[in-house]
Design a protein around this ligand. Sequence first.
Ligand code: GLN
Length: 502
Amino acid sequence: MTDLTRLTAAELADKIHTREVSSEEVTRAHLDRVAAVDDDVHAFLHVDADGALAAARAVDTTLDGGGAPVSPLAGVPLALKDVLTTRGLPTTCGSRTLENWLPPYDATVTRRLREAGVPVLGKTNMDEFAMGSSTENSAFGPTRNPWDRDRVPGGSGGGSSASLAAFEAPLAIGTDTGGSIRQPASVTGTVGVKPTYGGVSRYGLVAFSSSLDQAGPCARTVLDAALLHEVVGGHDPLDSTSVDTPVPPVVRAAREGAEGDLSGLTVGVVRELSGEGYQPGVLSSFEAAVDRLRSLGAEVVEVSCPHFTHGLSAYYLIAPSECSSNLARFDAMRYGLRVADDGEHGAEEVMSLSREAGFGAEVKRRIMLGTYALSSGYYDAYYGSAQKVRTLIARDFAAAYERVDVLVSPTTPTTAFRIGERVDDPMAMYLADLCTIPANLAGNAAMSVPSGLSDDDGLPVGLQIMAPALADDRLYRVGAAYETARGPVLDRIPELEGVASR
Ligand code: GLN
């Protein structure tokens, strides 16, 4: 019998909609898989078996009664990053401060998934408030990379990507402020897309850095990511930064791209995003990927984006500045953990002791950095300069896109690093997002698609594809063409020990 957890979302949707299998069977197969492997992987913070099965049965009932599927993904289960609110289901953002919070409302992304008949299996682990590149900053323990459980699955959305690589879910949602969808996708051999800023609603996405945060699809194939993108994307009046244009035709682009012809397309290789400091196996995989794009008919040129080298510095001023303001709401009064509420401490003391107890070290570091960068006397030197760099980076992109249709680079300079290796070295951790940050700063669209396995350690490498704002469909065309030419990567993942044969 086919192992349902090994199929793509598109294949599962087809089988469910033709009644070859029920959504309940598919959902159960994934819940069983979670039960078998997640003690080890720890991709999930909460599993909602009852809710997922009820949603699955509702889809089955409609289809059994002769009704049409409510969406192309109706009945296909999904794992949701724990930063998007879910009514009645915990939303912790990986933080002690929200440990016992039950949101009274659904994020727009959550609501759209429910309306599309997508059973939500549970909430996935993440770095606290999405600050990190390894998922080690979660207050609830790290997620392990299914390729090698001594290594990190990337971050902040390591739980979402690990759930895909461990075959616990065929689809997941992540959020990407500086790389948190793409970098985990890269190091787990999966696909992750940061849509154009404003392309997917941020309503109900607990804010880290509002001018950068963007939710998007995670999947094992480019087509699956496109199907999910169309379900969650599109204008939302509840998000004032939501763009009021139709979702770009990403499913069509993925299907066309899969035919494998990129003639007429110009690809720019960003000179500043490779070279010194990059792992040799990452660079050789990237070079092979560029050759492959050329052999698919694309014209490849080198482009220079000189200000990208300042992207990391600008990001680590802008994101902490916005976070220091956004996280002020966790004050033990409006939101968040409250300690020392014993009548002996004043309000200010309760706030300060609660924030001390509720936030982890990285979150505190960011709040302090941001508060400093915004303080009068330093504002122009830090926050102001960072905003200028942001504009220069956007101009670099605009100039490049006059010459090329898409830009490419490695997604991240190294393959998955070891758990513990960078926790005491924030700079080394931040460097994981060197290549992904520019697209966030400019609000553009970008994808990571598995490039192959590194020839120095056998671990997955990601190819980053970037496109102008609102041209997300280009990512899918190029990504699908590349994926078809390259062949699957994830089927070379070692079997998780202690798991019955699949
Ligand atoms: N790793 C980056 C950071 O720590 C990006 C995080 C994200 O995209 N949420 O801020």
